[in-house]
Design a protein around this ligand. Structure first.
Ligand code: HEM
Length: 498
């Protein structure tokens, strides 16, 4: 046989085998009688995901199409079957009532070769359980109160920095500036250092943080790594870029060494993590690498989500001047009542909380929550079974923008969260931080940072929307959090602060 014929034969065989594999895989939901989104080879049901369409748009389209037809529907991510949950009762079972069967996420981590990858977000099973128990006390309201002064300090520096910028030009792209604020807050609290991104936009921390969010491999390879975790570990596959790893590991080693040698305490996350390392009674303590992985995760989980929340909040306040004025009045009255910005003052502004809750409803930075079934699961009140190993997706963005739960969902209305109205709603209709034993452990810190940033901004500036903002907002497809194309451009007018 000529070479060309051999190549043609091999190619045709591979294509035929792949075709048969996909056709078989695509029978999964149909054969179980579950409504499903029609797949195509090789994308599955999510053609365009992360290339031309953001996850929030795909999950919303599928949720809107199937809601009411069943408790969950089937989706294919390439050939893998995914169960997308449509029913709030089933959401509650998965996140809370039957959590023990859905505590895992099925992500890849490699403690030996890639220490930063073994963090609370990625670990599963017993390792996750133990680590969560060790870290939960880090985020009590008592600990938040102690860290509050660091947040206000950075907030005041942020205000000075903005005033300086606005003196030269009052048109600003706000996302980048807010990311500098949240980077400095979390850098101060998690690593105990001045990141300086407010003064120097290219400072290492922010650059490294952004780099850590960019995937090391194309989607197909990532999918293979997750699908073959043990093999990938055997081949020493890492997911963090080497320079990011080196940067954060060095930072933590140096900080711990310095603090231990000089007996330095700053009342921050790093203090608490060092105490855990040295406390041999506390469920085996923490190793230095474990400290680095958690501090790194707090940084990643904290800076992007919180700056995104503040960005959407300012966008909506710019479009709704009445709400903005009311919010400013609330802040100014609180300053008058409390004299200075104290923890008690921050907790004494319920309307500010309603604004942030409505922002997180309309624009949840993390648009879905995922889990993996540990064992076969009998779906309550049905004869259906979610099989062991099935990936579960809870489409937070779609649920929170469903007109059945939030009439006229695109309207920004903080009063939806007034106590008497919110009480009437199912708690599973608001999931920006998820729910149950694996919800966001940093919720209190995230809210503290957002409340502080917003109050300081409202007390110092008026905002209007600049025409450079591209409306209606659409999201950058390959960005995990919601990130508007072209950014959010605002006009900032400094006002006399209280
Ligand atoms: C507005 C801000 C934030 C939002 C919207 C947010 C949202 C979320 C969501 C949706 C999850 C997944 C929960 C699940 O799978 O059920 C999560 C997990 C997590 N978040 Fe946050 N987060 C925010 C801020 C923070 C901050 C400031 C920190 C740390 C300082 C943090 C640390 C974590 C950690 C460690 C996890 C993993 C928890 C676990 O798997 O046990 N987050 N977050």
């Amino acid at each position: 046989m000529e070479l060309i014929s051999i190549i043609a034969f091999v190619l045709i065989s591979i294509i035929t085998a792949a075709y048969i594999y996909f056709k078989n895989a695509f029978n999964y939901w149909k054969s179980r009688g579950i409504p499903f989104e029609e797949p195509i080879i090789p994308y599955g049901s999510v053609k365009g995901l992360n290339k031309t369409i953001h996850t929030s748009d795909i999950t919303k389209r599928i949720y809107d199409k199937f809601k009411g037809t069943a408790k969950y529907c089937g989706v294919y991510l390439m050939a893998a079957p995914i169960a997308m949950i449509l029913d709030l009762d089933l959401v509650k079972h998965i996140l809370v009532k039957d959590f023990s069967n859905f505590s895992d996420k099925g992500f890849y981590s490699n403690e030996e070769d890639d220490p930063l990858s073994a963090n609370l977000f990625t670990l599963d099973g017993d390792k996750w359980k133990k680590l969560r128990a060790k870290l939960t006390p880090t985020f009590t309201s008592g600990k938040m109160k102690i860290m509050f002064s660091h947040v206000v300090e950075v907030g005041e520096r942020f205000n000075d920095c903005l005033r300086g910028i606005v003196q030269e030009n009052n048109e600003v792209e706000i996302k980048d500036l807010l990311a500098r604020f949240t980077t400095d807050v979390i850098g101060t609290c998690a690593f105990g250092i001045e990141c300086n991104s407010l003064k120097d936009p290219n400072a290492g921390f922010k650059n490294m943080g952004e780099k850590a969010f960019r995937p090391r491999y194309p989607s197909l390879i990532q999918f293979l790594v997750i699908g073959m975790k043990n093999v990938s570990r055997r081949f020493h596959v890492k997911i963090m870029p080497d320079d990011v790893s080196e940067f954060f590991l060095r930072m933590v080693y140096n900080t711990v060494k310095y603090r231990e040698k000089n007996d330095v305490h700053r009342n921050d996350f790093m203090d608490i993590l060092i105490k855990l390392k040295n406390d041999k009674n506390a469920l085996e303590g923490l190793t230095l690498n474990e400290i680095a992985a958690q501090a790194f995760l707090f940084f990643l989980a904290g800076f992007e989500t919180s700056s995104t929340t503040l960005m959407f909040c300012l966008y909506e306040l710019s479009k709704n001047p009445d709400i903005q004025s009311k919010a400013r009045k609330v802040v100014q009255e609180a300053y008058e009542k409390h004299g200075t910005f104290t923890y008690e003052m921050m907790m004494d502004m319920p309307y500010i909380d309603h604004i942030l809750q409505e922002t997180l409803r309309r624009y949840p930075p993390v648009p879905f929550v995922s889990r993996i079934a540990k064992n076969d699961y009998n779906v309550p009140e049905t004869s259906n079974i979610i099989e062991k190993g099935t990936i579960i997706v809870i489409p937070t963005y779609a649920i929170q923008n469903d007109p059945e739960y939030y009439p006229d969902p695109e309207r920004f209305d903080p009063d939806r969260f007034a106590a008497d109205i919110a009480r009437e709603r199912d708690t599973m209709t608001w999931l920006p931080f998820s729910e149950g034993p694996r919800n966001c452990v940093g919720l209190r810190f995230g809210m503290m940072q957002a409340r502080t940033g917003l109050a300081i901004l409202l007390n110092n500036f008026e905002f209007t929307l600049n025409s450079k903002t591209i409306e209606p907002l659409s999201y950058i497809p390959d960005c995990f959090v919601l990130n508007p194309k072209g950014g959010v451009h605002l006009n900032l007018i400094p006002i006399k602060s209280k």
